[in-house]
Design a protein around this ligand. Structure first.
Ligand code: ZN
Length: 292
């Protein structure tokens, strides 16, 4: 029997837990609502205890998180606006309950690793994975290593030009108002246009503005990190008509300054949806466990 791994995609609304070795070999999976840390983690731990012996568990989680292995709060969700979840010892609680090694990273780095192993970023060593949903976040690799740093990148909170005449909406970020997340996240769309983004038709003016903001962010990331590809997932990006709009605007904003065939000759292959669909996160968590 092959060695099995557990993965937890810890999200703000649900925890997806799975056991297996990859996309073609998942043995069990469960979705647990994110209520309180005590309740949600107890259910996740019960699920893994019911499974055959696991070699390790990977956790890819919402944050902010402490990723410094030398820190006394390593593996914690630190300060989050999500009620009850600030200072939650996620990795330690799981490790103590299951008595196996636990790998720990951000949800977007987890998804990036999953996409690198099995999905749209296979064979690349420098790329980013962005999620555009209830929040906006970015992870990825540079030179074959997952992006970490002082804490971890917070690509969703970059500042982008905001034309108040075209878009008087002040933004929804509790910390910055009109940062990228404040202007372009799912809740921003809903608040600006007065209805859920899923109910806005593809012709609605919302999408041109949304693509404009996302393209501004992408060119900043392209200039800063020089990714070989950009993978865009999350609930908002399930509106697939956004992709051609974003690609066109990125080309216009770059204005042929970046002389790379990836961008100039194959923009359709450069800005892409996840190869693993909405499974990047949980599969990435399993990949994290395998990388220990
Ligand atoms: Zn912000």
């Amino acid at each position: 029997m092959s060695v099995l791994y557990g993965g937890i995609e810890a999200g703000g609304t649900k925890f997806v837990c799975a056991v297996g070795t990859g996309p073609d070999d998942l043995h069990a999976e469960v979705k647990i609502p994110t209520t309180t840390p005590g309740e949600t983690l107890a259910l996740a731990i019960d699920f893994f205890k019911e499974q055959a012996d696991l070699a390790a568990v990977g956790i890819a989680t919402f944050g902010p998180v402490d990723l410094d292995p030398g820190s006394s709060t390593y593996g914690f969700i630190t300060r989050t606006p999500k009620p009850d979840w600030s200072n939650t010892d996620l990795a330690g609680t799981v490790r103590r309950a299951l008595d196996i090694p636990v790998a720990f990273d951000t949800d977007v780095n987890g998804a990036a690793l999953g996409e690198n192993r099995w999905g749209a970023a296979k064979g690349l060593d420098t790329f980013i994975y962005l999620t555009i949903g209830t929040g906006i976040g970015g992870g990825g690799m540079s030179g074959g290593r997952l992006l970490h740093g002082m804490i971890h990148p917070e690509m969703g909170h970059i500042r982008i030009p905001h034309d108040w005449e075209r878009d008087p909406f002040p933004g929804v970020c509790p910390y910055h108002g009109d940062c990228l997340e404040g202007l372009a996240t799912g809740p921003a769309l809903e608040e600006r246009w007065g209805r859920h983004s899923e109910t806005l038709s593809p012709e609605h003016q919302a999408w041109d503005l949304e693509a404009h903001y996302l393209a501004l962010a992408l060119v900043n990331f392209i200039f800063t990190l020089s990714p070989q590809r950009i993978v865009m997932g999350g609930g908002v990006m399930e509106q697939r008509h956004l992709f051609p709009l974003i690609r066109q605007k990125v080309l216009e904003l770059l204005n042929e300054y970046v002389q790379a065939p990836e961008v100039l000759d194959d923009i359709e292959g450069y800005i892409v949806p996840p190869g693993l669909g909405n499974r990047s996160g949980v599969l990435g968590a399993i990949a994290l466990a395998q990388s220990l």
